[in-house]
Write a protein that binds this ligand. Structure first.
Ligand code: TYD
Ligand code: MG
Length: 449
């Protein structure tokens, strides 16, 4: 009989080494290598082979997405959760992953799916308390408080769910693997095994993954390759706004964004995000403009504010919140050199209001005008939006999807738009003010010092 082959695996990074060493050759961690047996891959005997089929005859009935019942999420998922697929929902601790998935579980259960919620972090009582707050106690919703993977799989046998939610994958472990719970090896192997369960049983699996501050999935990025769909759940703790977007999606596009607001009784869908961002806008204040930005495919009107103030520091301060700091520095340089707005020796604070994040060049002109408006202490017209990219020469350029942006602006009652000469005609109700350079846009907007 052949001797079983072994290799050494690192607990920290999952890297393999042919022989033991004190230090992992991949990540350099000390004392992290453990011996593991290499299982010979097993395949079905040749007489059980599934014959190849013409592409058009492949049965698609099983792969029809099942709506989650939460429209903002279904749009991101191109319809819903596909049976046999695995979806990873990543987000920082506290952003609302458990809340969203409890609501998904309840909605799907109401629509006749059998849902199993596996809580590996919280006790059943904690989960029930949350579910009560969310009004989510539906009869076909099953709950297991479990961290061991073999037990979790036994629950799948017992409950036979259509959908299983594992909260979180970092807390699930398989004692067989030896390495510590939460280690990369554990997380990756457990995810692999759950993927096999999903495909084998045709059950839709949703995994929760914690993301660290720097945006990486705590532990393994490798999870992203294993699953079919990666959703990212974003939002900051000081604002109620939450965004769900698909980073990877095998069953549809990754361009949609779902918008929610965290309320007392869970996440409330926000179909009209622009109205939310503009709700508290005060007219007539210098330093404020509105940028018709695009997030994915979705137009989003965001108020951009700037405040300039004579600096007492040798190096004036520049601060950008919800905006790209590099872009702000670039625009200030262009303003200084290509226009007669003088902001040298001034501190500049710039902000996208309401917890929005606008980092695309489509907001350049709006941001530059906000700075110019604050410097001149003259307010821009309330019904004006500005939509252009600014070049190093101070020239204005058309940005992608201008028509969609302008339709959204018209829908929300804006009447005037500052555009570069090449941009398409705006829709009815919006009058175009065309400017070829930043300087002429500033003059048109009445901000010349
Ligand atoms: P949670 O879903 O536990 O976050 P995660 O699973 O991503 O770690 O939710 C965290 C926050 O949401 C928590 O601070 C409380 C708040 N919250 C509400 O504001 N309203 C609610 O209805 C619920 C359930 C939570
Ligand atoms: Mg949670």
């Amino acid at each position: 009989m052949a001797r079983q082959r072994v290799e050494f695996r690192c607990d920290e990074c999952g890297g393999a080494a042919p022989r033991w060493a004190g230090q992992c050759p991949v990540c350099g961690a000390w004392n992290a290598l453990h011996e593991v047996a290499i299982a010979a891959p097993s395949i079905a005997p040749i007489h059980q082979l599934t014959p190849a089929t013409p592409l058009a005859d492949v049965d698609m009935a099983q792969w029809k997405a099942r709506p989650t019942g939460i429209d903002e999420l279904d749009r991101v998922l191109s319809g819903g959760l596909v049976p046999g697929s695995v979806t990873l929902l990543g987000g920082e601790p506290g952003v609302g992953k458990s809340t969203l998935l409890t609501q998904v579980a309840a909605q799907m259960a109401h629509r006749g799916a059998k849902v199993l919620y596996v809580s590996a972090e919280e006790s059943s009582q904690q989960v029930r308390l949350r579910a009560e707050r969310l009004d989510a106690i539906a009869p076909p919703l099953w709950l297991a408080s479990e961290t061991a993977l073999p037990h979790l799989i036994a629950h799948l046998d017992a409950v036979r769910p259509d959908v299983v939610i594992v909260d979180s994958i970092q807390s699930v472990h398989d004692p067989e693997l030896g390495s510590a719970p939460g280690s990369v090896v554990q997380v990756r192997e457990c995810a692999h095994r759950l993927v096999r369960q999903a495909k084998g049983r045709g059950v839709a699996v949703v995994l929760v993954g914690h993301v660290t501050k720097d945006g990486g999935l705590a532990g393994p990025r490798v999870l992203e390759h294993v699953v079919d769909t990666v959703l990212s759940f974003e939002g900051d703790h000081h604002h109620a706004l939450r965004l769900v977007r698909a980073l990877k999606h095998r069953f549809g596009s990754t361009n949609e964004v779902g918008v929610f607001e965290m309320a007392d009784h869970g996440l409330v869908p926000v179909p009209d995000a622009s109205a939310l961002f503009l709700a508290d806008r005060r007219p007539g204040v210098p330093g404020s403009t509105v940028a018709p930005a695009i997030d994915g495919h979705r137009p989003l009107l965001v108020e951009v504010q700037a405040l300039t103030i004579k600096s007492t520091l040798p190096m004036p301060r520049r601060s950008a919140q919800g905006l790209d700091g590099g872009r702000l520095a670039f625009l200030l340089a262009v303003l200084e050199r290509r226009t007669n707005v003088g902001i040298g020796g001034h501190d500049v604070f710039a902000l996208a209001v309401g917890g929005a994040r606008v980092v695309e060049p489509g907001a350049d002109l709006a941001l530059a005008l906000a700075v110019a408006s604050s410097a001149a202490d003259v307010a821009l017209p309330d019904d004006l939006v500005a939509c252009a990219e600014v070049g190093l020469g101070g020239e204005l350029r058309q940005v992608g999807q201008t028509s969609r942006r302008l339709s959204e602006a018209a829908r929300l009652g804006f009447r005037r738009v500052l555009l570069p000469p090449s941009a398409p005609e705006p829709p009815a109700g919006l009058t175009a003010w065309r400017a070829a350079t930043l300087q002429s846009a500033i003059a048109l907007a009445g901000l010349e010092p």
